[in-house]
Design a binder for this molecule. Structure first.
Ligand SMILES: O=C(O)CCC(=O)C(=O)O
Ligand SMILES: [Fe+2]
Length: 314
């Protein structure tokens, strides 16, 4: 009789990578691990000590204070882009509230957001959030560099850096009352290139594996979940998997989470190196924010089908 082994999200330790040079064998084996995790799971947990325990705690304390602001203040978080401003009060998702801070690695942009929320200022919030976004954006750049390198297309890394834009989204999920749905967020794929997530001590995130079973995300200490979005899937000519995921709330505690979401200003094209006889072109060049609009206007947005294929599949 065999035992069923539950798949587990891979954990990649980057603490010791700082000393590695791009030509070292530990670097190239870490690049292969990143690629394997992205292709097999569409995500992995990265252990990284650049954001201290203290800084994480401060950020989650700050989120509590932010969401405690009156609703009329929070809805002032607006954007001309879908899913970039305040989201909440949704009848079929009563547990969720979230807000977005565009260009979150820039002090000025975070300052603008802070001044809308606290017209008399909140320097501490601004400093903490901008510094968190900056440190997490460095993790994003490292993992993207590793992925590009393992596909042999590192020459695109710098130009991608110039067109990347960072959205920091913060989420609050209240615990369900008896009888209320437990669904904190519907099953979806991210529309990003890469998303980097973190949570307070309250679990709830689940990722769908390729066998259709849901894996509960358990964050090891000092870790972040790196997840590929649909834009990465299309860029990689369908090699990278962008997994369905959802939040299911159990218990009585409030859950807070924070995600750094990357979008690409302008057009994304599959690198010519990733198209050959064995791998015919699967995606046309596409406008990343155009895809976000397409998804936002899709009457089937709640359904699990490949939205990116429908937008720009060949
Ligand atoms: O709250 C989480 O951990 C995940 C949130 C999420 O999937 C999203 O905002 O796209
Ligand atoms: Fe998501």
């Amino acid at each position: 009789m065999g035992f069923l082994v539950q798949p587990k999200i891979p954990v990649i330790d980057m603490v010791d990578m700082k000393q590695s040079t791009s030509s070292s064998s530990s670097w190239s084996s870490a690049c292969s691990e990143v690629r394997h995790a992205l292709e097999e799971y569409g995500c992995f947990l990265v252990v990284c000590d650049t954001v201290t325990k203290e800084a994480r705690r401060e950020v989650f304390d700050a989120l509590e204070t932010l969401f405690d602001l009156p609703l009329e203040t929070k809805i002032k978080n607006t954007s001309d882009k879908a899913y970039h401003g305040y989201v909440g009060q949704i009848p079929f998702l009563p547990l969720l509230e979230s807000m977005g801070i565009e260009h979150a690695t820039s002090v000025n942009a975070v300052n603008n957001f802070t001044n809308v929320m606290w017209p008399s200022g909140n320097d501490n919030f601004c400093r903490m959030i901008q510094s968190y976004a900056k440190l997490v954006s460095e993790i994003e750049q490292s993992v993207r560099k590793m992925a590009f390198e393992s596909y042999g297309v590192h020459r695109y890394h710098e130009s991608y850096n110039e067109s990347v834009t960072y959205l920091l989204r913060v989420m609050k999920y209240k615990p369900p009352n008896g009888g209320e749905t437990k669904m904190g967020s519907i099953s979806h794929t991210d529309k990003t290139f890469i998303s980097i997530l973190n949570q307070n001590q309250v679990k709830g995130l689940e990722v769908k594996y390729k066998d259709n079973n849901w894996i509960h995300v358990e964050y090891p200490p000092s870790s972040f979940l790196v997840m590929a979005g649909d834009a990465f899937k299309a860029w990689s000519n369908d090699r990278v998997h962008s997994p369905y995921h959802r939040v299911v709330m159990e218990g009585h505690a409030y859950r807070y989470s924070i995600g750094l979401f990357t979008y690409h200003k302008g057009i994304i094209s599959v690198p010519e190196e990733l198209v050959d006889e064995e791998h015919s072109r699967k995606f046309k060049s596409f406008d990343h924010f155009g895809y976000l609009d397409f998804y936002d206007n899709d009457s089937l947005f709640e359904q699990e089908y490949c939205h990116i294929k429908s937008y720009c599949g060949v």
